[in-house]
Design a protein around this ligand. Sequence first.
Ligand SMILES: [Zn+2]
Length: 188
Amino acid sequence: MQTLRHAPDGCPALVLNADFRPLSYFPLSLWSWQDTLKAVFLDRVDVIAEYDTAVNSPTVTMRLPSVVALKTYVNHSRKPAFTRFNVFLRDVFTCQYCGTQDRDNLTFDHLIPRSRGGKTTWQNIVTACSPCNLKKGNKLPRDARMEPFQPPYQPNMFELNEKGRAFPPNYLHHTWHDYLYWDAELEE
Ligand SMILES: [Zn+2]
């Protein structure tokens, strides 16, 4: 951990709404590290991830948050964003075929393969580990004899928020990328 007496500029935090969707996309919602620490001390946000960089005050040394989520939902959208992160969260970062929680090995599977007309939607995407994804290939679940633990569905924001809070900071991810959008070009 790098500890600095004065934190440099350039450590902004990505600000997520309580549903883990960025507060805004254009421009992307970012707060300065000063504003972010203020919100942390006022207990308005949960810290989701942190930088390696820390700041000192007379009494504490604290890592700078890199991603924070509002504790109170700001209502300007109805549904959770369809993002990689939110799909992982819905499925609690668990392969829906074998149950592994090896995060470094998790990807996504189209329940009905795209080659058979399956869409990239909440109802057709499940979290899967790479071996299961490979094993299932372009087969339908019944042909592959691989049924997901639960059929994929669109979660609500409350559910995602509750699941997200169950993980400690920095457990879930290392980058902001997963929050930003679903990459429709994602290869199976
Ligand atoms: Zn698996």
